[in-house]
Each structure stands twice: as C-alpha cells, then as structure tokens.
Design a protein. Sequence first.
Length: 313
Amino acid sequence: METPLAVRARGITKCFGEVVALDGVDLDVAQGQVHGLVGPNGAGKTTLLGLLLGLAASDEGHLEILGAPVGRALAAPARVAGFVDGPGLYPSLTARQNLAALAALRGEDARTAGIDEALDQVGLKDVAADRVRGFSLGMRQRLGLAAALLLRPRLLVLDEPSNGLDPAGKRHVHGVLTRLAAQGTSVVLSSHRMDDLEALCSEVTILATGRVVFSGPLGKLAAENRELDYRLLTSDPLAARRLAADTAGIGVVEDAGQWRGAEVLVVRAQVPALDELVARIVGAGVAVRELAPVTSPLEAAFLALTAPQEAGR
Ligand SMILES: Nc1ncnc2c1ncn2[C@@H]1O[C@H](COP(=O)(O)OP(=O)(O)OP(=O)(O)O)[C@@H](O)[C@H]1O
C-alpha cells in the first residue's frame, strides 16, 4: 500500500470576518520531509499551521493528516505536535517540571516519558532545574520543542522555531529536526529566515495574501526560475571577465567591487549559461575558487513572487 502523505490539503479557505487568511490553499507534505512555509507578514502561515494542529477548522476545502481526514472538531490530530505563537509553558515551574506536567496530563509516568532525553536533545539538560520564568526566548522555543518531542510525533508543526535562537541553540534545533525527518517524522515549519529554510527544508511553499505562489523542491527554484546574480572568485579575474562577456546568456554586472579582499566577478545568468561559463573558465586553465548566488534562489523567488501581491494590497 502507498504510504499516505503526512499532509494533504486541497482548496483550504479560512476567513476571519472580512479577512481571507487562506484562499484555496493546496499543500502536500511527504512523510519524512521538512517543509518550509514562507511568506510576507500576514500571508497566512500561522493560520495554516493552526489548522494542521487542530487549533481551528477551515471554512472550505479538504484536509488529511497522516492519511486521516480532519473533521470540524478542534483537537490535535493523533501523533501531531507543535506550537504556534510560541509554546505554552508554566513560568513558575522548572523546565523538567513543565515536561513532567505535560506527561502527567497525558496520564504518563514522568520517569518513563523520556523527559531527560528530550531536554538533552534540545540542549537544555544543564538548565533542567531552572524556572522557565528566567528563560530567554530561545530557551523557551527549545523547551517547546522538547515538549513536542515527548509526544513522539509523526508530524511536527512549528511556527518560527528559530526565533531568538543563538548559534548553538540553532544547531541543536536543526540537528533535532534533521534527525526526526531521517526517522520518518514530517516537519512543517514557518520562518522568515531564508538561510534556515535553505539549511533545513527539501521543499517550500511560498504564500502571499493567503494564496500559494510556489510549492515544491528548493532545487526547482534555482534551476527553473529567473536569472540570478552569481559571485565568481577565480584565479584570473581579468580572463574570467573576458570569457563571461563572450558567453551567450551571461550578463556581466559592472562595479561588483571586492569580496573578502579579492576582486570578484558578478554575472547575471540562468543555470545553463552559468554551467557553460564555468566550463569555459576551467577549460581556459583558470581556477574557480568560489561560485555562489549573491541573493539565494529562495530569497530571489520570494521577492519576485510576493512583490506583486504586496504592491496590490
Ligand atoms: N484570530 C484572528 N482574527 C482576525 N484576523 C486574523 C486572525 N488570525 C489571523 N488573522 C488575519 O489573517 C491574516 C493571516 O494571518 P497569519 O497570522 O496567518 O499570517 P502569517 O503569515 O503567519 O504572518 P506573520 O509572518 O506576521 O506571522 C492576517 O491578515 C491576519 O491579520
């Protein structure tokens, strides 16, 4: 039998009075996939995540989670965990007590609920006995993730999980999410951080004013979309520039200046023309030391795909 999708949404519409927060949204998330939701403020990301968590019901459309249709009753579907608008925690309890309270609510024995493992996974073991009142935003986010892990979810839903995280915290969270996905848990998360989404997600959905303007693999944005500006560091910038000017489909961006103290060439191109240029540069005996998009493909697509909607608001 075919493995059901973790999320299958078709034509989801959700209004708040006059405001159309989601307008005919389709979403597919495969099992074991980390799927990013991105969009300008007010695009509908939190609303969509709330539907996945059973915090609200859609007005129209069909939603299936882990193969089961979601009804109108407001309840988290089985084996789905996560949070929107920050995790709900008891400030006067310690980190460990918060997780124990959660386990107790579900009728589990705190000693066997995996509390220490969850705290360890998110890097909070050393502050397990500290009251949450004194926790920073990043620590609260990580504790929220630990709470979700206790449920051993098959679908994890997270709104801005990187909010307030320092580099070490981010490494813990990224590690946890990547490991969970490798074990078959699907993760749907929203973020305004393109670098996080690119580091974590295999697929993204870009929302703008409640509509899906792109959904698919990140690689598709790079390969399929518009021209991007690429930064090229080579062993012979003058020769590389001459070859770029002479290659079809390549525009040389003038006044690119220096990059980390070295003279840099910036070209505007689609991927096939860029491939041709790199082959020609290397063929001429010039080494390519660095090649990277100036603006990431996701950010470029985000700006291009969401700008018209924003302008038309
Ligand atoms: N409970 C609510 N009552 C009224 N309007 C709401 C409610 N929740 C969301 N909205 C509206 O729905 C639209 C989508 O909001 P949502 O919070 O889902 O966007 P978002 O993409 O998560 O935004 P952000 O990036 O700012 O978090 C917005 O216009 C918002 O004002």
